[in-house]
Design a protein around this ligand. Structure first.
Ligand SMILES: [Zn+2]
Length: 478
């Protein structure tokens, strides 16, 4: 059924594209229900071509099938760069290149955990990215339970009478679901700082309840960090049902012991890179509208939802414009950032490498929140506000009353003063899959990808043609 649907959509897309070069034909295109009558013929045609096409879905399908997982710094990420550069050329992007950089390589090893007392049984666990290893024969120790990260942080240090020395610290705490993923930041603190605060108190290792919103038996990985002044200890995440199980046993009041063995390792300098392609502008080619996503993924799934979907959405949006023969006045630059998951390393590299042209970036945005359709638009620009509001209205999307950094990989550009906006995608269920083995292509609906492609194509096209200085302060306009 899905195949039939795709074939039908592809046929419709071809028909639409055939008509698109003829202005009159474009005006006759059946308007989408959500497209107001005031939208111009080109905007209508872009939306129709994207919504009836499979450009974005085909790209994420290809990337996740032909490459699969692509952990930053590994040969798989390198293959993904080559694949993406070839795809960018195939869809007609210009100036396609890979901008290489080097990162500290880290790779997962054997990982296992079990309760050894009082009720021996296996648990499902995964090391957090950047974690050090346990000794080769693992660690077996008593578990000390902290319901939240705050409870751990409030625990006394060894010098204050604390008694975590040699223990395995277990940090629980549940993440709340929300469309904008608002629960992620608070829940993520234990992942990022749990090993530091437990290590500061003398613990031997840390296990956390996975940062996620599901109750499936998949542990969620994700990057962690060590403070410089604390000896690093291993940290790993339990699946939610395993964390539940451990809590039930702890509630029985007995001493609980756990065996943990995780054997990741750093392997020195490793190659990463950003892949870039452009639709070169006809009138102001030096001015750039940047649409990005991140190419690397965690190693457990195939990185379909995080962030193969985003790669499909932004490259698919460019493909829609190219297939329609549309040439923007400004350059539309597509960036597939490397090494996002391990600390936005590609984003910082891009901002450094392009520091001398950062002023030429008139608008930047990223798709990195899965494949669900957008439900609102966030804006952080000056005078271009009205242009973006118009696009949002054409898409039938309200404007959110918060600011935005444009997406994780856009943060360094936003800090450097680049105007940014973001399509807020519905992320209510995003953290069910996030960073788990369950992040695979079957979770993506082609219609949802197509709606995102439509939004990005229309925004990029409109911003690249607008007679607006997006940086100008709208408030001081006289
Ligand atoms: Zn991501």
């Amino acid at each position: 059924m899905m195949i039939e649907g795709l074939a039908r959509r592809a046929a419709t897309a071809l028909a639409v594209l055939a008509a698109l070069n003829l202005e009159a034909a474009a005006q006759q295109a059946a308007p989408q229900a959500a497209t107001p009558d005031t939208a111009d013929a080109t905007s209508r045609a872009i939306l129709e071509a994207a919504r009836s096409g499979t450009q974005g879905y085909d790209i994420v399908e290809g990337l996740t099938t032909e490459i699969g997982a692509r952990l930053a710094g590994t040969p798989e990420e390198a293959r993904a760069r080559d694949w993406t550069a070839a795809k960018f050329r195939e869809i007609g992007l210009e100036n396609v290149r890979i901008e290489p950089f080097t990162i500290p390589g880290w790779i997962r090893g054997v990982e296992t955990a079990r309760i050894t007392a009082p009720y021996p049984q296996q648990m499902l666990v995964t090391a957090l990215g950047g974690s050090v290893a346990t000794p080769a024969d693992g660690i077996e120790a008593e578990v000390v339970y902290f319901p939240t990260f705050d409870a751990l942080e409030a625990a006394p240090l060894a010098s204050e009478g604390g008694d975590l020395a040699g223990k395995i610290v277990f940090i629980s705490g549940r993440m709340e679901k929300a469309p904008d993923g608002a629960g992620y930041g608070p829940a993520n603190v234990k992942r990022q700082r749990g090993a530091t605060e437990a290590g500061r108190r003398g613990a031997a290792a840390v296990i956390i309840r996975s940062v996620g919103t599901d109750s499936r038996r998949f542990p969620h990985t994700g990057q962690m960090r060590y403070a410089d002044d604390v000896p690093p200890i291993p940290i790993a995440a339990l699946s939610a049902p395993d964390a539940d199980q451990l809590e039930r046993i702890l509630e029985r009041g007995e001493t609980v012991e756990v065996f943990l063995k995780v054997r990741p390792h750093f392997f020195g300098d490793a190659p990463s890179g950003n892949v870039i392609g452009e639709i070169v502008g006809t009138e102001r080619p030096e001015e750039i509208v940047l649409i990005g996503a991140h190419l690397d993924s965690w190693d457990l799934g195939t990185g379909a939802v995080d962030d193969g979907a985003g790669i499909g959405i932004v490259a698919g949006a460019a493909q829609v414009l190219i297939e329609a023969g549309l040439r923007p006045k400004r350059t539309i630059r597509v960036v597939a950032f490397g090494a996002e998951e391990v600390g936005l390393l590609g984003a910082f590299e891009y901002a450094d490498a392009h520091a001398d042209t950062v002023e030429n970036h008139v608008l930047a945005t990223e798709s990195d929140f899965g494949a669900e359709p957008p439900y609102e638009v966030l804006i952080n620009v000056g005078e271009g506000d009205a242009v973006i509001r118009d696009v949002a209205a054409t898409l039938g999307l309200p404007i959110g009353d918060r600011t935005t950094t444009g997406g994780p990989d856009i943060i360094p550009l936003a800090r450097a003063g680049v105007p940014v906006m973001r399509f807020q995608q519905d992320g209510t269920d995003y953290f069910d899959l996030h960073h788990t083995p369950d992040d695979t292509l079957d979770k993506i609906d082609p219609d949802d990808i197509a709606e995102n492609v439509a939004a990005f194509a229309l925004m990029a096209w409109t911003a690249a043609n607008a007679e607006t200085d997006f940086r100008a302060d709208a408030d001081t306009e006289g």
